[in-house]
Structure formats: C-alpha cells, structure tokens
Design a protein around this ligand. Sequence first.
Ligand code: HXC
Length: 516
Amino acid sequence: MADIIHKNILELAELRDVALQGGGQERIKAQHQAGKLTARERIDLLLDEGSFEEFDILKVGRDGLSCSATCPGDGVITGHGKINGREVFVFSQDFTVIGGSLGEGHSQKICKVMDLAQRVGSPLIGLNDSGGARIQEGVDALAAYGEIFHRNVNASGVIPQISCIMGPCAGGAVYSPSITDFVFMVERTAYMFVTGPNVVRTVIHKDITAAELGGAGVHAEKSGVAHFVYPNDILCLRAVRQLVNYLPSNNRQNPPFLDLNDPPERIDPALDYLVPPNPNQGYDMKVLIRSILDGAEFMEVQPNFAGNIICCLGRLGGQTIGLVANQPAVLAGVLDNNASFKAARFVRFCDAFNIPLICLVDVPGFMPGPEQEHGGIIRHGAKLLYAFTEASVPRISVIVRKAYGGAYLVMNSKHIHCDINYAWPTAEIAVLGPRGAAEVIHRKELKEAADQEALLKEKMEEYRKVYVNPFLAAKRGYIDDVIFPRDTRHRLIRTLQFLESKKAARPQRKHGNIPL
Ligand code: HXC
C-alpha cells in the first residue's frame, strides 16, 4: 500500500512537471524571441508573489477529439490568486501549446474560473494569446467559444472583467474581450481583428499587415476597442494591478478606500487663474484634474481616443471616483460621436460598480457637420445622455467654463438629475454661444446695418453681459453654488461624503433600451 501511495506521489510530481513545461523549451524560446512572456511568467507578474493556486493542471482534451488529448493543461493555465491581497480569478492562454488555440477542454477550464469568479464575487482577468478556435475540434471549438461569451455577458456588471491581449486574437474570438469591461493591449505583439489580412486580400483585394489592420495603435486611436496600451507584457500587467486597486471586487461592494495622505481641505489658489480671459482660448483640463485628485494620481481610460473628452479613475478623500471631463485643449472640448460613446461606456461601468461620478464641464456644444450627423451623433449623443441619466451612483458636476445648449444638458446637468451641480464664476451657461445667439436674435438689424461686424460685436457683448455667466442659472436654483475655483477639491470631497448613503429609486423593468 505504501508503495502505491509513493508511486502515485511520484506520478503526480512527474505529471505536474510535464505540465509546467507547457509546449517545451523550444517553443518557450520562440515565445521569448517574439518579445512575449510565457503564460506562467505572466501570471507570476500579475499576482502577488506566491499567491497563485492552479486548477486543472492535469486536464487534457477529450480522447479522440483532437491532438489536445496529449497536451497537459490543454493550452491554458487557470486558477486564482491575489492582487494587493484581494482575490482575483485568472486564465492565461499558453501559445506554446497548440498555439494557445481554444478547444473544448481549454474552454471548460476557462468557464470553470468564470463561474467561480461570479459565484465568489471576484474580478476575472483573461490573458489572451491564442490562434483562435482549434481547427481540429471543428464545431466543438465554436461551441466552446459560445460558452465563454455566454458567461461574459452574464458576469457583465456583476464582477469586473479585464482582458489583456498579448498575442493574436482573431475571428470570433475577439468578442469575448470586447464584452469585458477593459481591454489592455501590448504594442507590436498583440492584434485583434474579425477577419485577418489574408481574408481582406481575397475579398477586397487590399494588402494590409496585421498591425495596420488590428494592432494596438489602431485599436487605441481609431476603433476605440482598446482602453489601455503598453509597450510590453511587464508594463501591461503592472497596469492591470493598478486598475484593480481602484475597483470593488463585485457590484455588491463599494470600491476599496485608500488614503494617499493628501489633506481633503487642501486648496489650490492657482486654479483661480486656470480659465484664460479669452473665451476662445484652450487650456489643459488635466491641470484641474491633477490639482483636485488625491496625490494628483489618476488612471486615464482610452487616452489616445477621442481626446476631447477625458475619462479617468482617481481618488477623492481616499474614495475611488470616475471622472468625466471635457478637454478644451482638444477640438475645444466639443462632444462628437467618439467622445460620446467613449464616455457613455465609462459612465455605465462606474455606475455598475458603485463608483461615484464627477463631471467637469467645459463644452461648447456638439460637433457640427455632415460627417458627425451621418455618423450618428444623434444616436451616440443619446448614449451619453442615457448613461448619465440612468446612473444611480452619486453624481456631481462642476461647470468650469462653457455649458451650451444640449451638450450642457447631456454632461450630467441638474436637469437630468445630477445630485449636486457647482459652477465656477467663469461658467457660461446658455442656449447658444454669443456669436450664434446674436446672429439669430438680431438677424434683421444685422442685415440692414452698414457695418455688420461692428454691430455683431456690440450685440455679442450685450448678450455676453446678460446671459453668459453662472448667476442666472444660480438664481433659478439650477446651480447649487457658485464656488471659488481654489476650493473645488474640498467642496467635492465634502459633497461625496454626504452623498455616500444616496439611494435612488429606479422603475421596475427588465432593462431599459439604451440607444446602442
Ligand atoms: C490549431 C493552431 C491554431 C488553431 C495555431 N495553431 N493556431 N492549431 N488551431 N487555430 C498551431 C500551429 O499549427 C502551430 O503548431 C502552433 O500553433 C504555432 O503556430 P504558428 O503558426 O507556428 O505560429 P505563428 O507563426 O506565430 O502564427 C500564429 C498565427 C497562426 C498567426 C495565430 O498560427 C495562424 O494563422 N493560426 C490560425 C489562425 C486561425 O485561422 N484561427 C481560427 C480563427 S477563427 P505546430 O505544431 O506547427 O507548432 C476563430 C473563430 C472563433 O477563431 C469563432 C468563435 C465564435
């Protein structure tokens, strides 16, 4: 008996040893030469040292189904571990084993950790590096993807789901990451597309490289698929840890409190001079963001996509907040299609995970023109309007400068029931900007005037004096207080504190119908 036990222990040690080798030394070398870490090295970097516990290390594919019957682990490493002491579930595709391709067993392993993550209420992090559906498994491989998609959708808004694309991710495989909350990509080694360069060449006779079609740069700047891009695996995984630190583990918890030793009552007199005297001059909204947030720290989502709006996670008085701000330094801070859907998705993420929303407003309006109208500015703008309006977390706005027309309403205004709306004395809250307004109101006089430009300037000045300020809105009670810019941090922290216990009733329904 003792011999049998001893034999089994030896066998276990041998089996584990084989599994730990993945696809073997040659393939591991090739992986490194391609500028990529192995699946296990990535897990080690992602998680707190020594915290990883693996499941299914001995799992192989079903006998006879494919070559995977002889591949321990079936091309993916799964389990759980900790990030700064908090539990997360992980899968990491092993490109050295059948190109990390996904078949039945591989999918079952991923589904197991997805189910556990949802049951336990912990984030799920997927490290993707795969040739896609395992060709030899045919329809079973497609069914296997379906099981993952189904779970991605069910876990959406319940636990944070984070995807890192660290190699190929092609075909229908892209749809799992794209359903998750945040997509990280690594420069040069990662690409994502539904149909690859070969299909593009065959169908539309166009030559294009994988990087040009779906590299990290393309998805960070053009498509808006990637939320974060890093130059290598190490920096990417470090950033995932940073993101997790801002988030609650699930939708029943509040985000973790972290004291950065930045006094809540700190004032910044320089803010009184942030807004330039010339209303047409831009300035960098990030100066304000850095000034008010704890330790001047924040994590910007999609920094290179629709830079006219800034979405970031930061902390105020130790509490995680989601911040949405117009950026006057880019396209004067207008709302366009990309800015609208970028911010709408961010707002919905924050709302799903109990992260209060702060909105810094300097918006001259929606971007005019056929490109935007035909591209769906009505639909996209409506997404942002819908997202802010349905959000039940504490919602605070500060109107820094421009707040014109419909764009003012959309940007978390009092009229769509934000909780508290402050304005700086520099705020301009009106239906139209001075030029547009004067041209409409004084059309007849202007037509008949000898010096049209001089009269227009005079009328614009009149309009500016009467309408372009925060005081009319304050008199009507639409602005809760006109605050000194220097006090913004302090006022926001005090407001967040009293809103902490906010409860917002929502009508009973299956779900709303956001204009997707
Ligand atoms: C089975 C695969 C595989 C796959 C790669 N391999 N992809 N095996 N099914 N999908 C194997 C290769 O045969 C090879 O095995 C090993 O993995 C490494 O692949 P290489 O080609 O040597 O690596 P590389 O040159 O880096 O090229 C990587 C690659 C290429 C670009 C990903 O392998 C490739 O084009 N693979 C096929 C991609 C694909 O068409 N997948 C299906 C997409 S459609 P050996 O033993 O030779 O080392 C899809 C649908 C999902 O995924 C639908 C969901 C609803």
